[in-house]
Ligand binder design. Structure first.
Ligand SMILES: N[C@@H](CCC(=O)N[C@@H](CS)C(=O)NCC(=O)O)C(=O)O
Length: 214
């Protein structure tokens, strides 16, 4: 049985965005059962936790044979075991990996830069100068992604782990209306988030936060 480690509690701005959501969603799509282990800041720097996640972050997973960190590596590991997340041929698997890397490497950094300004530095004088450039970088990536998608429902025509990762990256923009400038991408995100596996994963992701606030 897989054990997924994530946070017991996070501030409201992060609820619905913590990267365990990617892993939960993948496990739901693949129909793989798992249990969760919830940690707090007191656990992050311990030697035991660093042996599982070298940077003290979440998510991480453990099975009898394997400890794994980095949400992208975990997602690909799960995807290799499920045709719900990866086409069966070698080329389809390679294309799926390409989109997982594209989400993490080519799209997420620009989006994270914008979220950092908006969520952690809003109102600071330097942000007024820097933000337009950062927002333009996001628009550049979103425009290219929308161009690729064209009239397709999913990045490779059918849902894959690449769509899963891309959707969780686009979610980081929920505090802004920049995604609405790209209606096809917004519809794409909504299409992916309408999947029953996403809804179950999100509900399970949010449950501990409600419990720790009670
Ligand atoms: N590249 C890592 C990033 C993990 C990450 O940033 N995790 C955040 C939560 S979403 C975290 O643990 N933050 C607390 C910290 O950095 O101490 C991954 O994709 O797994």
């Amino acid at each position: 049985m897989i054990t997924l480690t994530t946070f017991r509690s996070v501030p409201p701005f992060a609820q619905g965005l913590v990267r365990d959501l990617r892993v939960r969603w993948a496990l739901e799509e693949a129909g793989i059962p798992y249990r969760e282990r919830l940690i707090g800041p007191e656990d992050q720097a311990t030697a035991a936790y660093r042996a599982l996640q070298p940077f003290g972050q979440v998510p991480a997973i453990e099975t009898e044979e394997l400890k794994l960190f980095e949400s992208g590596a975990i997602l690909l590991h799960i995807a290799e075991r499920s045709e719900a997340l990866t086409p069966s041929g070698a080329n389809g698997r390679a294309r799926t990996s390409a989109w997982v890397f594209a989400a993490l490497n080519s799209v997420e950094p620009a989006i994270e830069n914008l979220a950092e300004l908006d969520l952690f530095h809003a109102g600071e004088a330097w942000v007024a100068v820097r933000r337009p450039m950062v927002a333009d970088e996001v628009r550049k990536r979103l425009g290219a992604l929308e161009g690729w998608l064209g009239g397709q429902d999913y990045l490779e025509g059918r849902f894959t782990a690449g769509d899963l990762m891309m959707t969780t990256v686009l979610r980081i923009l929920r505090h802004s209306d920049i995604l609405s400038e790209h209606p096809a991408l917004k519809a794409y995100q909504e299409r992916c988030e309408a999947r029953p596996a996403f809804k179950k994963a999100l509900a399970d992701h949010l449950k501990p936060f409600a419990a720790s606030a009670a």
